[in-house]
Design a protein around this ligand. Structure first.
Ligand code: PLP
Length: 357
């Protein structure tokens, strides 16, 4: 494709020819044996990636569908929304739009949500659910998930809902070991698929909670997902091309090896970080809390980011992100998600150098 612009934005990212080809398979009926074999067959691998013994559900929606669904299925009393950037801030708004009582645990953009803050807020006893974005994509900030998970153990009545949209499959997120009640992700970030499919799993106790709540709706009703999954089906007609793409992507992941995949992402991230330091830029998130799948760079050199990205696109057909929402232009973001390699990241960094001046 001559007009192919390669995306290094934190989703969607570049999709491989192999993935696209997988999507072009002839349609199959979603209540038939072929679909059941397709969906049922990918469960073991999905469960391994999720670190769970519970089923992994496929929702024909973007991640927000399940983010909203988690609130509707699990919040009866009040939800505490940890807020540390654009996506997590919006989750608070979404909770209220679902007609639920919601509390805001706000930290400045770029700062991590600390376990101490979570403990203090949950100690009020007001809450029966808690939302956390593991990797706040808008800020390139990665929350201390294991330490927060430890705090949640002291509050057994609180359902722990974790968005791993931009970190899933780049590092281990062992759902069962961490005591996560809902772990969710989407197709167009590190999985390097087109948008439109969300993946999620629900703990047994969360499923029990869901059965007791009256207004779960239909499309994102966890109980419907569980009932249908018993027969390797989804509640409504799923986005079959993306499920074929997922099967292909799972082949890629397990051919590479899960541990190798995690190591590759860490190495690519370090490669970008080295470039950031060498060019005299700084990081938006503090050391120890930086995303492994993307880098949010502070524009301390006061570069005209929009003009730079325009040159990058015109000369090299690459695109990076010029900063999200209120930090647009003050930051820029480089994704190392998906199928990138040291060579393709080196190519991007050389193109960034070439167009910076
Ligand atoms: C991209 C993203 C979302 C939203 O995903 P949609 O596909 O737009 O629903 C949610 N959370 C995080 C952390 C994200 O990076």
């Amino acid at each position: 494709m001559s007009n192919h612009i390669k995306l290094f934005i934190p989703g969607p990212v570049e999709v491989s020819e192999k993935t696209f080809r997988a999507m072009c398979a002839p349609m199959i009926g979603h209540r038939g044996a072929e679909f059941k074999k397709l969906y049922g067959g990918m469960q073991p691998r999905l469960q391994e990636l999720f670190g769970t013994k519970c089923p992994v559900f496929l929702s024909s929606s973007s991640a927000w569908g399940v983010m909203e669904g988690a609130i509707r299925n699990l919040t009866s009393k009040k939800v505490l929304n940890a807020m540390c950037g654009a996506f997590s801030d919006k989750w608070f708004d979404v909770s209220k739009r679902c007609g639920r009582q919601a509390g805001a645990l706000q930290v400045p953009w770029g700062s991590p949500v600390t376990p101490e803050l979570v403990r203090e807020a949950l100690s009020t006893g007001e809450f029966d659910s808690f939302t956390l974005i593991h990797n706040e994509t808008s800020c390139g900030m990665r929350n201390p998930l294991p330490a927060i998970a430890d705090v949640l153990r002291s509050f057994p009545e609180v359902m722990f809902i974790v968005d791993s949209v931009s970190s899933f499959s780049t590092e281990a997120i062992p759902m069962d070991d961490l005591g996560i009640d809902v772990l969710l992700t989407g197709s167009q970030k590190a999985l390097a698929m087109p948008p439109g499919l969300a993946l999620f799993s629900v703990s047994e106790r969360a499923m029990e909670r869901a059965t007791t709540l009256p207004d779960r709706g239909y499309y994102f009703d966890f109980v419907e997902f569980a009932k249908n999954q018993e027969q390797d089906m989804t509640p409504s007609t799923p986005v079959i091309p993306l499920i074929n793409a997922l099967a292909s992507k799972l082949d890629d992941i397990f051919t590479e090896g899960v541990a190798n995949r995690f190591a590759r992402h860490a190495a690519l991230n370090a490669q970008v970080h080295d470039w950031v330091r060498a060019r005299g830029f700084e990081f938006f998130a503090p050391e120890g809390f930086r995303s492994l799948s993307l880098t949010c760079v502070k524009n301390n050199r006061e570069v005209d980011v929009a003009a730079w990205i325009k040159r990058l696109r015109e000369k090299h057909s690459f695109v990076i992100d010029g900063g999200y929402g209120k930090i647009k232009g003050k930051t820029f973001r480089i994704s190392n998600m998906g199928d990138e390699t040291p060579a393709t990241i080196a190519e991007l960094l050389a193109a960034l150098d070439n167009t910076l001046a």
